[in-house]
Each structure stands twice: as structure tokens, then as C-alpha cells.
Design a protein around this ligand. Structure first.
Ligand code: GTP
Ligand code: SPV
Ligand code: MN
Length: 587
């Protein structure tokens, strides 16, 4: 049924190892997907939601021990340990294959092996890459069919090429003590066992499009980044594109789908979403940096998504969506999550499958990392360039994290190398997107700490090299922080739609339209240059969150130094010298 020699060989090996009762090739047709939805509803893997209110929408609950990415069980398996670097878990590839094959052996017995040919990026784009994921989970098939381009068209494009990524997913017994997410960048292979949750098993996403792709990008001269891509249109109809990297659950999807406040709308501003999580960026023939979103859908955080915070995301989820670990409202067979509205259902089932009354029960009904999987085409603000095979030209790169203190609302780096330094010293408070403690500050360079598929010191070097190649066409690099808090722990900056006020300053800086104030860390806005009209925020408060406190930054230097020490000789000299410059400026 498949003519590609290397794919056939892989499938033969895998079916001998995993021992499925049956093999089904995912052809990408709606008929086949509908059959699978029906099978999953019969088995209880999916619950069909109210067809009138949420057409073609389903609910899925994962195992209680399997609700987020597991960074401590994620490995980069390279022949040399140093290739994985100090920030990744490492395993010897031979040992890893042996262990994983042992765990997965015969685990498809009594089940079906689904074969998913998928393309990251438009099937016909020269920038795209192909993968084949095998899985025993219909949930994975249906999610992959939303998140990527799947089906026989992908095999047609592949022809008899051996240039594709092998993805092996085996649910096994969802045993968290035998859960492993392993990457073999030297073999273009990913193996995931004992999980059935999003980022651990939708292998096109973080595993391929970031970990494997970042490794490929280092060899091939491009960047695979944990970035949203958005376009801002002004009243003349000109659109400028920004790529922004924030750690998991720090606001990418929200910024990507931003709705400008009234006074901006009146002035003709529109925001267009190209991508909400991942950007692949290459230097174009015109020497500018061009970005595509390799995905075809959104795997977004549900809690906090509502009519005010992100109406575009809410509209996107109103049909053709798979909800994971949210509340099921038994009265009308719809879904609910914390922060959707002030009216939690009383007659409901929580994310763990237990009876739940939102008016009485104190425990959250939806898991904090509950998610929606929706097709990109549903998004009301989807960019018309979404399907453009060449992507969009990037004017500005923005880094950002969740910092209650220290980092100002926005600042601009001095030049490319200083911007790479700014990305490399990013730190952010941890969120529910990965298992482990929440709210703990950690260094997360370029929001890639959990996703860089090779030595992060070499990754910094690659960023510096890209700047050298881009020369004067390099985008300007900025840093933002929506999350500064006051004494009572409340966010000072209103965030969400109002973030366009900061993006406007960023684009104004790119076009040399406004001046800025120099500080030891870079340029911050004069408060008069951030448009506060229509906003209940005083200029004093704004100045408070624009402040760069020298004594706090002196402490920060110590943290940066101990983080940098990890990289030893792999830390590029350019970054050492940027750090020295910062130290001098803080004196
Ligand atoms: P991943 O999908 O895990 O990569 O997350 P993400 O980066 O796409 O984050 P998302 O946009 O889903 O937002 C995560 C959380 O941050 C939600 O609870 C949002 O409500 C909150 N959030 C997003 N933007 C802002 C903002 O501008 N200000 C504040 N205070 N909160 C925000
Ligand atoms: C993230 O954690 O950054 C996500 C969700 O986008 S996951 O796909 O699980 O990685
Ligand atoms: Mn997101």
C-alpha cells in the first residue's frame, strides 16, 4: 500500500516489534477520521459534545498521572554526550533503543497500529519536512490530523526519499515510572512510551518541530524556534510581522490572536495570526529573515480563555475541536473551564472523571494544563499568509518571560549580539505546562530550555552566526514582560489586547520613529511613547514597570554567571563579552 522503500522497511520492523492485530494507514480523508471518532466514542476514549452548540467537538480525559510534558523523562540520545549539552538529559542511543524497544515490545497486541504520514509546513513548500508517526491511540491520530497536514498526499510528496522523521508512540500502560520521551537527532527518530498526553505524544510538535528541527537547523543554517508569529496591519493596509518566544503558558497563543482595543481598531489596526507556538525561520533570497508556522492547528491552554481575554481563541474552539481534561457540563453536554465565565456548571464531571459541582466544590474542575486542539482555519484572525509557502518577513524578534520583578515591560537590545545575549539570559516562572513545581524562577534561554535538541552553547553560537549572515537586514531584538506585579501580587500591566500598545512601540523603534531611553540593559520607552489612551493606568504606574533597578540587576548578574558556567567552553565569547559589558554598565 506504500511504495516508499524506507517507510515500508520501518513499518515491517515496527509491526514485528509491536505486534499489532491490524495496521491502518491514515489517508487524510474525512470519512476515515469520522470512522475513528465513532470507534473512540464507543470505547469511551472520546465523548461527543452537543452537536448544535459545539459541532464536531469531542472531549477526552487523559490518565490522572499524565497531564503535562515530563521534562525529567525527556532525553536527547546522541553518540557523544556533549552534543546534548548541559541542559538536556542524555542517554546513549544504543542503550536507549534497547530499553525503549523492551518497554514497547508486543505492546500493540490486540490493538491497531495507526500509520500517520504528516507534513510540518505546507505540503508543497520547500521549507516543509515530513514525518511518519505510528501510534496505538486514536486520540493521537485525531489530534495529529488537526495539528499537522496528514494523509496520502504527504506520501506522494515524499516519493521514495529517505528524508523523513520516524515517530514511534506506544501508550503501553501509561506507567509514569517507565515513561520516556527520547530523541535521536542523528537518526531522525523519536520514541515516546507510556504517555498519551499532548506534547509527549503529538510527535510533530515539540519533539519534531523543535527538538529534531533545531538540530537540523543548526546543520542546515536555519532556526526552529518556540515562537508565535503575528502580523500587525496599520490603517494604510501595510502588515509588519513579529516573532515572539515566551515559555510554555506565558502568553504565546494569546498574543498571536490579539484583538486590538477600541481606539486602535478605530485607527485601522488589525492583528493577524500566522502561528501560536512554533516558527521555522530561514534567510530569504532578499537576505531578510522569513518565518513559517510548521503547524496546521492550535494546541492551546483552555483555562483563562474567555470572551474578553481571547475571543479569537474561543471562536476557534467553537467547532471541530478536541478538548482535553476540561469540565463536562452534563446539563447540555458542553464544556467548561476555570476562567471561561463566572457561571460554573453544578451538574458536571471534572477532568478526573468525578462528579463535580462548580458552585460548591473547591477543587478546580479543569486541569490547569487542560487544552483545546483546533484547526487553524477556524481562527477568525488567521493571516492570509498562513498558507504562503515562503512564509512572512520578520521585522522584530521578541523574547519574554513571566517575571514578577526585575525585567521591565519592554526593552530593546543594542544590536543582534546583544539581543542574543538578552534571549540567553531569559528567566521565567514555571507553569502547569510541564510536570513539577509551579512558579519557580528558572533560566529558559529563548524559551527553548526544554526544546533545544542539541548543546545549548552551540545553539547560542548558531544564533550569533545567523546574525552575521543577516547583517543589516537582521530584525531588531526586544524583550517584554507582561507579568510585573504590585505589592498585593496583582499584575500591573493589563496585558492581552492592550499588549498592542507595546508592539506599536516595538514597530516604531524598528522604523526609527521614536527615541528611547538608554539603561544598562538596553533601551526602554519614554512613557510618553507608550499610548495609554482609553486605559486605566497612570503614567506613574507605567514608569514603575519600565524601571530598571540597578541593585536588582546586580543580583541577576550572579544568577546569569552561575547559569553560564554550565556551558564551559561551549559558551560563545560574544556572550561572555556582552555579560562583561552589562557588568560595567551596572557599576
Ligand atoms: P503554551 O501553549 O503552553 O506554549 O502556552 P502559551 O505561551 O501559548 O500561553 P497562553 O497564551 O495560552 O497563556 C497562558 C496563560 O497566560 C493563560 O492563563 C493566559 O490567560 C495568561 N496570559 C496570556 N497573556 C497574558 C497577558 O498579557 N497578561 C497576563 N496577566 N496573563 C496573560
Ligand atoms: C507547551 O507546553 O509548550 C505546549 C503544550 O505547547 S505541549 O504540546 O504539551 O508541549
Ligand atoms: Mn499556546
Amino acid at each position: 500500500m506504500i511504495s516508499n522503500t524506507s517507510v515500508n522497511k520501518f513499518l515491517e520492523e515496527m509491526s514485528a516489534l509491536l505486534n499489532p492485530d491490524e495496521i491502518i494507514l491514515i489517508d487524510g480523508t474525512e470519512n476515515q477520521l469520522q470512522e475513528l471518532r465513532e470507534i473512540a466514542c464507543k470505547s469511551g476514549e472520546l465523548i461527543k459534545l452537543n452537536e448544535e452548540k459545539l459541532p464536531n467537538c469531542y472531549l477526552h480525559r487523559t490518565a490522572i498521572n499524565d497531564v503535562a510534558r515530563v521534562e525529567d523523562r525527556t532525553f536527547i540520545c546522541t553518540t557523544k554526550k556533549d552534543a546534548a549539552g548541559p541542559t538536556n538529559n542524555w542517554m546513549d542511543p544504543a542503550d536507549a533503543y534497547k530499553m525503549l524497544y523492551n518497554i514497547a515490545k508486543n505492546s500493540y497486541k490486540g490493538k491497531t497500529m495507526y500509520v500517520i504520514p504528516f507534513s510540518m509546513g505546507h505540503i508543497n513548500s520547500s521549507l516543509s519536512k515530513i514525518g511518519i508517526e505510528i501510534t496505538d491511540s486514536i486520540y493521537v491520530v485525531l489530534n495529529m490530523a488537526i495539528m499537522t497536514r496528514v494523509g496520502t498526499a504527504v506520501l506522494d510528496k515524499l516519493g521514495n526519499s529517505n528524508n523523513w522523521v520516524r515517530g514511534i508512540h506506544a501508550s503501553c500502560s501509561i506507567d509514569e515510572n517507565n515513561r520516556y520521551i527520547c530523541h535521536f537527532p542523528e537518526d531522525n527518530t523519536i520514541i515516546s512510551v507510556n504517555s498519551a498526553y499532548g506534547g509527549n505524544v503529538l510527535l510533530g510538535k515539540k519533539c519534531f518541530a523543535l527538538r529534531i528541527a533545531s538540530y537540523q537547523g543548526n546543520w542546515e543554517g536555519w532556526l526552529a524556534e518556540h515562537m508565535l508569529i503575528l502580523g500587525i496591519e496599520n490603517k494604510l493596509g501595510e502588515v509588519k510581522y513579529i516573532a515572539a518566544a515566551f515559555p510554555s503558558a506565558c502568553g504565546k497563543t494569546n498574543l498571536a490572536m490579539l484583538i486590538p482595543p477600541e481606539e486602535y481598531k478605530k485607527n485601522g489596526y488589525k492583528v493577524w495570526c500566522v502561528g501560536d507556538d512554533i516558527a521555522w525561520m530561514r534567510i530569504g533570497e532578499d537576505s531578510r529573515l522569513w518565518a513559517i508556522n510548521p503547524e496546521n492547528g492550535f494546541f492551546g491552554v483552555a483555562p483563562g480563555t474567555n470572551k474578553t481575554s481571547n475571543p479569537n481563541a474561543l471562536a476557534t474552539t467553537s467547532s471541530d475541536t478536541i478538548f482535553t481534561n476540561v469540565v463536562l457540563n452534563l446539563d447540555d453536554n458542553t464544556v467548561w473551564w476555570e476562567g471561561l465565565d463566572e457561571n460554573p456548571p453544578e451538574n458536571a464531571i471534572d477532568w478526573m472523571g468525578k462528579r463535580w459541582n462548580g458552585k460548591v466544590d473547591k477543587t478546580p474542575g479543569a486541569h490547569p494544563n487542560s487544552r483545546f486542539t483546533s484547526p487553524a482555519k477556524n481562527c477568525p484572525c488567521l493571516s492570509r499568509e498562513f498558507e504562503n509557502e515562503n512564509g512572512v518577513p520578520i521585522s522584530a524578534i521578541v523574547f519574554g518571560g513571566r517575571r514578577a520583578q526585575t525585567t521591565p515591560l519592554v526593552y530593546e537590545s543594542r544590536d543582534w549580539n546583544n539581543g542574543v545575549f538578552v534571549g540567553s539570559i531569559m528567566a521565567s516562572e514555571t507553569t502547569a505546562a510541564a510536570s513539577g513545581k509551579i512558579g519557580k524562577l528558572r533560566h529558559d534561554p529563548m524559551a527553548m530550555l526544554p526544546f533545544c535538541g542539541y548543546n545549548m552553547g552551540d545553539y547560542f553560537k548558531h544564533w550569533l552566526d545567523m546574525g552575521g549572515k543577516l547583517g543589516e537586514n537582521a530584525p531588531k531584538i526586544f524583550n517584554v514582560n507582561w507579568f510585573r506585579t504590585d505589592e498585593s501580587g496583582k499584575f500591573i500591566w493589563p496585558g492581552f489586547g492592550d499588549n498592542i500598545r507595546v508592539l506599536e512601540w516595538i514597530l516604531n523603534r524598528c522604523e526609527n520613529k521614536v527615541s528611547a531611553k538608554e539603561t544598562p540593559i538596553g533601551f526602554v520607552p519614554y512613557s510618553k511613547d507608550i499610548n495609554l489612551s482609553g486605559l486605566d493606568l497612570s503614567e506613574n504606574k507605567l514608569n514603575e514597570i519600565l524601571e530598571v533597578d540597578k541593585s536588582i540587576w546586580q543580583n541577576e548578574i550572579n544568577d546569569i554567571e552561575s547559569f553560564y558556567e554550565k556551558f564551559g567552553d561551549n559558551l560563545p565569547n560574544e556572550l561572555k563579552s556582552e555579560l562583561q559589558k552589562l557588568k560595567n554598565k551596572l557599576k
